[in-house]
Design a protein around this ligand. Structure first.
Ligand code: NAP
Length: 642
């Protein structure tokens, strides 16, 4: 069988190929040429990229050099086509490593190579798929309940199906996608490049934008779900209220409530929680908010029946969601008043709204391994570099606005980006330049649309606190009254209340929320002592603020979980839970590490990373390569297995 990443054979004309080459990433193209021609000399000459930049689209080479590559490429591709598009010969490990380093213009340390090769699947093997031969009757006797059908719950279903483990996914919404189902607000789009923000084993050559919008993301997950036959396993519009472990039976009883209000119980031998961390909308309590007579809704509960055209809209909160909503609705509304408590740092990304040209889509479909190398190219800049950039230098003076020399350089770079856009408006500059260290909160991707919006005549940015809301206005602490017809709460989620509001009861009646209190902890972010056969995806300590993608983390977690379940099934054991000391050690080390990173800085007053005590328990302070290594295979010595 042909390697699925070797590209579909084609008979495209020379003219069409030449046109496609105008769109593509030239450095990525050159690596595909190496595969097609079987000739490494293609990358050993003068033609090479000048540097590595985040969110590369076309490649950093002079226009003359790009033109030269296109001429060479046309010859190689024409020859490959005329030979019938044969599957390229495998390439040696040494050459693959050389190609990696060449593409990103720097050494790629040896320890990263196995992880990257696995991510790229150049050999056509999905190494994160786990399936060991186990007696079918034993598998059938081990049903698993998955909570949630977002990106991680869908992945859980796919992997369980591949392993032949029976499962039911319980999903409170009417469709797949989780975040990408619920957040349908105007302008919702992902800010991790989509050719990486998709399952490693399910690349798509159909993205129409490099950072796709919500409908396209939801459609992607829908397509993957259908392709893998997961739909019949899902109970839609059914919410999990809680789950209780029966130690004698070795089962979880999962209490669910259907859309009609009826409740029943689903029994499984294991539970996988895939509910995400950013799912339960947070609407702050503001005096008088119930007296507001017009429509008022949260960004994740967008009311599409409300026509905003010609309305005065008050948007409370301007984090990642508000940052996308404002530029999208501003042209239509009569007036938009944005109430922002904390200014946000934003990363200059001119390609943020860029569309994917037809040439790129053609290359993704037909040129051998083009999509795989492009995936690596956009993965690599976010692969652990951000973690070192987030490290606090304890000797760095005045940690209020920067925590290290590198962090100060980032602050200056981000500030220049802001100032360059509104340098004639010192009042606005004073409002929009953050007063805390760069990358201390989640950094937003920006192509200039935010500040362009704020400079519109019909948009105001208010940094004063809100005092109360009246029937038709928002009133700030300085007594200003801002009339409004609609209030949008873009105020984020209950992020620190992990797994809330579900009631999870483990061995000996232990309640998970009581056990965790303000300090949720799971071993590797996945398993919890006293909660046998309970597995978390995107659990405590696994959110990513320094790079990578949650899909990458989910794939690591689900490989680990599948192996745990298979071990239980194969061995006939009833239950496994991590040793308490293992979990404590993991949590303590994570806490120590987090305190060395910028997100913990006390000068950051409001951050959804922090709980009420200023502690961080949701984020991972670890390198992706470490997490990948630790989750590659469970060490069953870490568990009490009964
Ligand atoms: P968020 O980042 O938590 O932003 C919430 C906003 O509401 C902030 O401006 C916050 O101010 C404000 N706020 C909260 N409580 C408030 C209160 N009591 N009074 C006044 N203001 C208040 O939430 P989000 O914008 O929904 O984004 C959440 C996360 O979802 C993101 O960080 C990201 O991980 C994800 N997301 C991603 C994308 C994307 O991929 N492009 C898009 C949307 C969301 P403070 O800053 O002062 O707390």
């Amino acid at each position: 069988m042909r390697n699925p990443h070797a590209g579909e054979p084609f008979a495209t004309s020379d003219e069409e190929i030449a046109a496609a080459l105008l769109d593509v990433s030239i450095p990525t193209l050159m690596l595909s040429l190496v595969h097609m021609a079987g000739d490494p000399e293609i990358i050993r000459g003068r033609l090479k990229p000048d540097g590595l930049f985040l969110n590369e689209v076309q490649g950093y080479m002079s226009e003359e050099d790009k033109a030269e590559v296109r001429t060479l490429a046309l010859d190689v591709i024409r020859d490959y086509r005329d030979r019938g598009c044969p599957e390229p010969e495998p390439i040696s490990a040494a050459l693959l490593h050389e190609m990696m380093a060449w593409l990103v213009c720097e050494e790629v340390p040896d320890e990263y190579v196995p992880m990257l090769l696995e991510e790229m699947e150049l050999d056509g093997t999905d190494a994160r798929r786990v399936s060991v031969p186990i007696d079918a009757a034993a598998r059938d006797a081990f049903p698993v309940v998955v909570i949630g059908c977002g990106q991680s719950g869908l992945l859980a279903g796919i992997r369980l199906k591949e392993a032949g483990i029976p499962f039911t996914i319980i999903e409170k919404n009417a469709g797949v996608g989780g975040t990408w189902w619920e957040n349908s607000y105007p302008g919702a789009r992902v800010d991790v490049g989509n050719h990486f923000y998709c399952y490693s084993f399910e690349p798509s050559d159909q993205w129409t934008e490099f950072f796709a919008q919500q409908p396209e993301l939801q459609a992607y997950f829908e397509g993957v779900m259908t392709k893998h036959g997961i739909t019949p396993h899902v109970r839609w519009e059914t919410e999990v209220l809680g789950a209780a472990w029966d130690d004698a039976a070795g089962t979880w009883s999962v209490r669910v409530r259907a859309a009609d209000g009826s409740e029943d119980t689903v029994v499984g031998r294991a539970v996988i929680s895939a509910v995400g961390q950013l799912n339960r909308p947070h609407t702050p309590e503001i005096a008088g908010q119930d007296s507001f007579v017009g429509p008022a809704f949260h960004s994740a509960r967008w009311d599409h029946t409300v026509d905003l055209a010609g309305k005065r809209v008050a948007m409370i909160g301007a984090g990642a969601s508000g940052f996308q909503i404002a530029p999208t609705i501003a042209p239509d509304v009569a007036r938009l008043t944005v109430f922002q408590r904390t200014a946000q740092w934003m990363f200059p990304n001119p390609n943020y709204h860029e569309t994917v040209g037809p040439g790129v889509r053609w290359a993704l479909r037909h040129l051998p391994f083009y999509g795989r190398w492009y995936r690596f190219l956009i993965f690599w800049p976010g692969c652990d570099k951000g973690l070192e950039a987030a490290r606090v230098d304890p000797d760095y003076p005045d940690q209020q606005t920067a925590v290290s020399e590198m962090n100060e350089l980032t602050r200056q770079m981000f500030t220049d980006w802001i100032v360059s856009q509104v340098d004639d408006d010192p009042d606005l500059i004073a409002k929009v330049v953050p007063d805390y260290p760069a990358t201390g909160k989640r950094t937003l991707q920006d192509n200039g649309s935010w500040l362009r919006t704020l400079t519109r005549d019909n948009v105001d940015l208010i940094r004063s606190g809100i005092e109360h809301i009246e029937s038709d206005a928002v009133v700030t602490v300085d007594g200003e009254r801002y009339p409004a017809d609609v209030v949008v709460y873009a105020t984020g989620f209950h992020v620190t209340r992990i797994l809330w509001p579900m009631e999870i009861t483990g061995r000996d009646g232990v309640d998970l929320r009581t056990k965790w209190g303000e300090r949720p902890a799971a071993y590797l972010g996945i398993t919890v002592p006293e909660f046998p056969n309970f597995f978390c995806m995107y659990g405590p300590g696994t959110n990513l603020a320094h790079g990578g993608s949650l899909i990458f983390h989910s794939e690591c977690q689900m490989r680990y979980i599948t192996q745990c379940i298979e071990e239980l099934v194969a061995s006939g054991h009833r239950a496994m839970e991590p040793r308490q000391e293992k979990c404590d050690d993991w949590h303590e080390r994570s806490q120590r590490e987090l305190k060395t990173l910028v997100w913990s800085q006390p000068s950051i007053k409001h951050s959804f990373f922090k709980n009420a005590n200023g502690e961080i328990h949701g984020l991972s302070p670890w390198r992706l390569v470490d997490y990948w290594t630790w989750t590659k295979a469970p060490d069953f010595g870490d568990f009490v297995i009964r």
